[in-house]
Design a binder for this molecule. Structure first.
Ligand code: BYC
Length: 345
């Protein structure tokens, strides 16, 4: 099935490019061992042999996930200076800081597959790599902060809990910590919405208006319907994806509708009905044209988000250079000290 492979074990660390496996029996044995590992639900680690297509799928998904976390700081960053109280500001700062941290864990997990941070950054900045569609929507009111926590982080948890059991060890382990933090993010968002919904009529109206804008983009965030999802079958066979896009979307809707009811909010879907027979909510049609337009880079804020990211990266060049120069100096000092020790001995 696979004509190329990387030999991670031989080097003790991952290589950037694929290395052809020379003999067919060797390839077959490696592939059989890999498949057995997946079948037994054991983790694949960076030093293990893996099919090149598995490695590429993981690099794509993990780096896109990392980019989403980093770009995802922007819509909320918009409200740090305008949070309505010191308490809300402290919570928002902590949440955004967590998201930067999630990006870091995920970039690190992707690096174990032999791709560099620079390559991943370049792919994002050039528009080659994707990030979640959801972060291309604006945040004009404080209620948007509540909706992002409640709905976007709620959707993220739904998608990410199964990823804690993903077959690739570093990704699965990163997801465990990320999910714990996402849980706090979701709760703070719901609590912010609760405060608005228990507030003045103007605050309730603001909550409903923001909910109206976020509902459908969040429903789309789970990705295309299963029939149009190009990666689901293979990613599921490899134990990367445990639950399909549509099934996760359904789980999210089933869990979130009662939460909206508790807040006294109306879900902006006239076709939403509890289906007794299925034991799930039926929902109205999803505007897939809008989804693909946003994914293709033409959403309300795509250009703004990417430009802000590129600017932040460029503005940070001095820090990356200084950090590298400092670590080089430390290494030279350590080498000199070792040399002095040896000559003294
Ligand atoms: N947006 O075959 P499919 C967060 C692309 S951050 C854009 O179903 P797959 C947070 C897809 O990449 C949460 N593109 O793909 C942060 C593919 O295109 P490519 C982010 C999308 O990979 C800060 C094509 O459509 N979470 O929570 O099997 C503040 C076909 O799709 C989207 C993750 O990244 C989308 N929504 O399934 C607050 C989770 N959906 O790559 C919160 C990890 C699909 O072939 N990722 N596409 O060019 C995944 O679980 C999966 O990659 C997806 C898509 C479910 C997203």
């Amino acid at each position: 099935m696979y004509t190329q492979a990387i030999d991670l074990a031989a080097q003790g660390k991952p290589e950037g490019g694929p290395r052809p496996v020379t003999t067919s029996p060797e390839l077959q044995a490696r592939e059989a061992a890999f498949n057995a590992r997946i079948a037994q639900d054991q983790k694949v680690e960076p030093q293990d042999w893996m099919p090149e297509a598995y490695r590429k799928t993981l690099v794509r998904q993990i780096s896109q996930h990392a980019h989403s976390e980093v770009i995802g700081m922007q819509p909320e960053g918009n409200w740090i200076t305008r949070a309505p109280s010191l308490r809300r500001k402290a919570i928002l700062l902590a949440k955004i800081q967590d998201e930067g941290g999630h990006g870091l864990y995920l970039y690190s997990a992707a690096e174990t597959l032999g791709v560099s941070r620079e390559e991943m950054a370049e792919a994002l900045h050039s528009g080659k790599a994707k990030y979640s569609s959801i972060f291309n929507y604006p945040t004009p009111t404080w209620a948007d902060m509540g909706c992002i926590g409640w709905l976007v982080d709620g959707a993220a948890i739904m998608n990410q809990i199964p990823l804690c059991r993903c077959s690739f060890g570093p990704y699965a382990r990163a997801m465990i910590r990320i999910c714990k933090e996402e849980s706090f993010h979701q709760r703070q968002g719901y609590e912010a919405m609760l405060a608005l919904c228990n507030g003045t009529p103007a605050q309730r109206a603001m909550a409903q208006e923001a909910f109206n804008r976020w509902w459908w983009p969040v429903v789309m965030m789970f990705g295309p319907s299963d029939k149009d999802s190009v990666h689901t079958a293979q990613a599921s066979a490899w134990g990367i994806k445990r639950i399909t896009n549509d099934d996760l979307r359904q789980k999210f809707i089933d869990a979130t509708v009662p939460q909206a009811e508790l807040l006294g909010l109306t879900v902006p879907d006239p076709d939403l009905r509890w289906n007794e027979e299925r034991g799930h909510y039926d929902h109205g049609p999803i505007n897939w044209d809008e989804f693909w337009q946003v994914v293709a880079g033409d959403g309300p804020c795509n250009r703004e988000r990417l430009a802000a990211r590129v600017k932040a990266h460029d503005d940070g060049a001095w820090l990356r250079e200084a950090t590298l120069a400092y670590s080089q100096k430390q290494a030279e000092r350590a080498a000199r000290a070792q040399g002095t020790d040896r000559s003294a001995a």
